[in-house]
Design a protein around this ligand. Structure first.
Ligand SMILES: C[S@@+](CC[C@H](N)C(=O)[O-])C[C@H]1O[C@@H](n2cnc3c(N)ncnc32)[C@H](O)[C@@H]1O
Length: 196
């Protein structure tokens, strides 16, 4: 079980550490990913939750990132097209209001060839008791856990976007005794061709 967490953390850190240039981190929370980022990265953070953003700003400065985090939701990023080399989201796509819109925004702000790195808990396979439980508790977690929906088909949404998925790894992480939750860690690249 500890091995599963270690493998998940390794996979996540490796992909985060591979990002270069200007990196936008959406839903950056309190800044848990700073240690994994390459030291040369120019970091831009967005975090709509005010109290988390205040702590994020402090952590960002401590790690040498001078830009104040943006208060924006990832559905509407106040950034020009093709303006960043990488986008990072860890345990965020479970909570956003509209995943497809967020993926559209990520594809818009990424320069062609830029990478989106993600690590997310996701829905268990259809027709399993775990999936049924996720669906059952979803109204409660959405209400009490800042919109977090445990039954999101995040991999499918990323695959349907304008990004090319080049890597997805699947993990089962223990949450309650022997009960595990599926997680994915992956990377998708902005296609060179235009949307039209
Ligand atoms: C579980 S926390 C993860 C924080 C951080 N990424 C981490 O790995 O520690 C989910 C974060 O997503 C943020 N969030 C929720 N809805 C969002 C949205 N629509 N756009 C951007 N961030 C959002 C929340 O405020 C919260 O900070």
């Amino acid at each position: 079980m500890a091995d599963a967490f270690a493998a998940y953390r390794d996979a996540k850190s490796t992909l985060i550490g591979g990002l270069r240039g200007t990196v936008l981190e959406i839903g950056a929370g309190r800044g848990r990913n700073f240690d994994a980022l390459h030291r040369g990265v120019v970091w831009i953070g967005c975090e709509p939750h005010r109290r988390s953003r205040t702590r994020l700003a402090v952590a960002a400065r401590r790690h040498g990132h001078s830009r104040e985090p943006l208060p924006s939701a990832a559905e509407s990023l106040p950034m020009p097209d093709a303006s960043v080399d990488g986008v990072l989201a860890t345990v965020v796509l479970c909570s956003v209001r509209d995943q497809s819109r967020v993926l559209d925004e990520i594809a818009r702000v990424l320069r062609p060839g830029g990478a989106f790195v993600f690590a997310e808990h996701v829905a268990a396979p259809d027709h399993t008791w775990k999936h049924a439980c996720q669906r059952m508790i979803s109204p409660v977690t959405r209400l009490l856990d800042r919109g977090c929906d445990p039954a999101r088909e995040t991999e499918a949404v990323v695959r349907r976007s304008l990004l090319d998925v080049d890597l997805v790894r699947h993990f089962e992480l223990p949450v309650l005794g022997a009960v595990t939750v599926p997680f994915i860690v992956g990377r998708a690249v902005r296609q060179e061709r235009s949307e039209a």
